[in-house]
Each structure stands twice: as C-alpha cells, then as structure tokens.
Design a protein around this ligand. Structure first.
Ligand code: FES
Length: 159
C-alpha cells in the first residue's frame, strides 16, 4: 500500500497530460511539481508512486528530483528561502546575508524554524547574476538584496 496518492484534481491533470505526451517519462517534471504543490515536498513514497505511474524506477524519479534545487526532498517551512552562494552573489555580500538570516531566524543553513515557518538553504547560481545578490522565496525571486531589504521581508512574513 502506497502512502502517497494524487488528489482527484491532480489525477485528472495527470491523465490530461498523459494524452499530450508520447513518452511517459516526459511527465516526470510536471508530475514532480504536482506532488510538491500537493504535499510541500517530495517523499520516497511519492517517488515510488510516480515511478509506478510513469513505468520507470524510483531511482529515475529521484535522479530528476535531486538534480533541481527547486524540488524539496524533505519537509520545508511555509517560506523557503534559497539564498544564492555562487560567485556574483558572494562577491556582493551573500555570505554576510546568510549569517544575518541565520541569526534573525535562529537556525542554521539547511534547517527549518520550530514553528515550520521558515527554511533557509543555499543554492548555486539562480541565473540572475546581474541583479546579485539574490534568493528565491517560494516561487518568487528577490533580487538586489540588502540587509535592510531582508529585514523588511522577514519581518513582514513573521507578522
Ligand atoms: S551567482 Fe547568484 S544568481 Fe548567479
């Protein structure tokens, strides 16, 4: 018995997509997104479930899910901050911002606050080097970060 199943809405979306693609493997990314929006993260059970539906191995699903940093392979807080630590962002202060966020949130990089509100992670280049330093906050990019801007964002989300 699998612990994960799509909601009826996601199952309907999956079946609609199935008709549009010649190969089931083409549904890997959209299916992973559906899992993540349904559960907030992608569990081993969900990967096994997708593997069955897409006629592939759980490792095939894992290899895709683990390649992209936007997929969460463990539970995350309501607000997932993914701070870029690659060169352009680092040269423009992302390390200092990381320490600032750790202090402000009371967690280390890779951790989630006890109230499950914030998760802080580091990621490689977000492809927005021209507006470094930057981070993603759930589905949005926040660019040209400053310590003041971070404070405003976090304080706004806390209240
Ligand atoms: S180095 Fe941070 S977005 Fe490219």
């Amino acid at each position: 018995m699998n612990a994960f199943t799509f909601t009826p809405e996601n199952e309907a979306k999956f079946l609609a997509l199935l008709e549009r693609y010649l190969q089931k493997s083409s549904l890997t990314l959209p299916s992973l997104w559906m899992v993540q929006y349904q559960e907030g993260w992608i569990s081993t059970e969900a990967m096994k479930y997708l593997a069955q539906k897409l006629d592939c191995s759980p490792m095939d699903i894992y290899s895709v899910a683990s390649f992209y940093t936007m997929f969460n392979l463990k539970p995350v807080g309501k607000y997932h901050i993914q701070l870029c630590k690659t060169l352009s962002c680092m040269l423009r202060g992302s390390e200092q911002m990381s320490h600032h966020l750790e202090k402000k949130l009371g967690i280390k990089v890779g951790e989630t606050t006890k109230d499950m509100k914030f998760t802080l992670t580091h990621v490689e280049c977000l492809g927005s080097c021209g507006t470094a330093p930057c981070m993603s906050l759930n589905d949005d990019y926040v660019e040209n970060l400053t310590l003041e801007k971070l404070d405003d964002i976090i304080d706004g989300l806390k209240s």
